[in-house]
Design a protein around this ligand. Sequence first.
Ligand code: MRU
Length: 346
Amino acid sequence: MTEEEPYTIAWEEETGSIVYIDQTLLPGQCRVVRCTTIDDLARAIRRLEVRGAPALGIAGAMGVALAAVRSTEEDLDRFRVEVGQAADLLRGTRPTAVNLAWGIDRVIRKVAMAASVEEAKRLAVAEANAVAEEDELTCRKIGAFGEGLFPNRCTVLTHCNAGALACRCWGTALGVIRSAVAAGKDVRVIACETRPLNQGSRLTCWELARDGIDVTLIPDSSAAYLMRKGAIDLVIVGADRITGDAVFNKIGTYMHAVAARHHKIPFYVAAPVSTFDLTRTEEEVTVEERNRAELAYCGERQLAPDDVAVLNYAFDATPLDLVDAIVTDIGVLRQPYTESFRLIRK
Ligand code: MRU
């Protein structure tokens, strides 16, 4: 991992720590931060220094490994309790992205299997690294399956950041875009700014421009008008959780899906199998609500009066009937999803 070509998040073997790009500083600075405590990791996740569903899965897995290697406990039962408490703390940081709990659980299962503290530490680090390495492969598969959905020449709208920064590298929705470009297609990207935290303008624009991919920034509110003008050929977004009836993704995704259907534009979702949570329905998922300051202030500048109530959902749910296809690492799933989701349940 170098400042020039970093993975979004990685395990640093020599120091037994997690290193990640602090995404709150982009696009101004690409700074790699070292994290050595669970409290710091929990804070980093809450502040969105590390964010995006697959990257949260890696952070959760590495967080459990961090708790394991940093523990001084010698008794296996007490060690497991300590690591379990760290896992619970991390699990509670962001409730909507299912990958966070998925990554944590993968490593906790290894800790539960171990016959000694030493073995538990070794297995925890190995599993966390496996979660990270698999993510790269998964994104490449999503890209390869998804790029076939793109015409040779197209303008694609995306929302939030489902790119290299939201994963270990390459990305899900932006991974499909990267794979289409790599296949020689002429792809132009329209990136929605993604208010209020601007993952679109700060992160998607940064990483696509850095790769030389044609990207234009728009305010979220102009997406429907561009569709009406015929300027968008398709929409592709990532996902934080896919239940049996809906796709949870960054707030604003649903309005793009409604507008796309109205204008007969394909609306695609790209996500790994680990993002599916088919045992739940939309109603059973907690949608994260974030603090009022994200809307009421822009840095130091006040944007809303003190006494005005603010409702700041971080995610929304798009019903599956508005989704034309879901690109996964095992292939492209289409309607009727009751049938195609059988492949996920296997
Ligand atoms: O609040 P964030 O920035 O973590 O939200 C991220 C998103 O909504 C992404 O679109 C989603 O996690 C998919 S990332 C491949």
